[in-house]
Design a protein around this ligand. Sequence first.
Ligand code: PMP
Length: 398
Amino acid sequence: MTIPYAARMARVQPSAIRELLRLGTDPEVISFGGGYPDPSLFPVAELAQVYADLLTPEHATALQYTASVGLPELRSAVAARLTADGMPAGPDDVLIIQGGQQGLDLAGKLVIDAGDVVVTDNPTFLGALIAFNPYEPRYAPVRTDVDGMDTDHLQQVLEANPDTVMIYVVPDFANPSGVTLSLPRRRRLLELAEAYGVLVVEDTPYRPLRYSGEELPTLKSLDTVGQVLHLGSFSKLLAPGLRLGWAHASPEVLERLALLKLAADTQNSTLNMAATAGYLGRYDLDAHLARVVPVYRHKRDLMLTTLASTLPPGVQFTEPDGGLFTWLTFPPGFDAAAFMAQTLLPEAKVAYVPGATFFPVDHEPNHARLSFSGVPDDRLVHGVSELGRLLTRTLGRT
Ligand code: PMP
């Protein structure tokens, strides 16, 4: 029979990078494609202890339903972290969600009617596009450089698109570009969002992973009018398999998000919330981060120095102060997907994510995203060197 799919399903399609990512799962392939944190850094022993203690008869409530907005202990712990990060909050100002990804879906459901405009960086996080697409927005991407979203261009885009309902931005070490939104641009973005009456969705999963440079205030901490929906995640702080994140916003916005969350999935896993709250109470998350950050800093430095010494002229890369990614820009006309499929994978067994898919509208082919997490040092240096060698050969020919 023919299923009467909703019109929105026309916007829900498998992404073209799936096949390329599948090629990258061959164990012989050195893959810079994944954006996963390094599992060897997860605090497995500590979490094992916490889960073991919870799975006892006296803690059976950890297997029971709980409040849809999240386990009170976890909301309090998140509120304390937000407060320490310049966003004074109590437990009621926190909604626990299934990772930042659910926050994107709920934000889309909250403000996007079909045909409304969503403003994004260019390039932007593919997962955000996937989350927003079913709500049938139009996208208005804003020029993005090493200081993040260009706010002069943002003003033009907002002026030209009166139907804009949301600005989506990853201010700290963006995925895929690795760039950080500068402080003057943070302030200007908020001024513009207020002037044009749009919601700012601030997505911060990489914020705890800073390796260099000065910490900048979150957009939420600069928000005086309740215009920012701040999303955070335990995925890079602790482990993504917990599927835990948080939304922090004005009571008005948070109440509505909570209603949507209840409808979507009732609540997060009580067990995972209790275990994470238990971990936070018993262990020192900041001490854990202090062990993790130098490992990633070393990986970043190794990747950047190897790129600098092996890439041919005409290929640029960003120098992220944190997060997991650097973003390569090849000369105009270069097809990063074809180069990977025809040269890089077959000849060197090296993979990245071709960049076209991260552009909401105009899919520029001459970029790639490289992640420096999770590849051992020797393979990282070898893989990047091979990339440099083959690029030098290919570009030298044209
Ligand atoms: N936002 C960005 C920018 C991301 O890169 C990711 C994950 N890679 C997410 C949100 C969602 O992560 P999670 O749902 O695991 O918190």
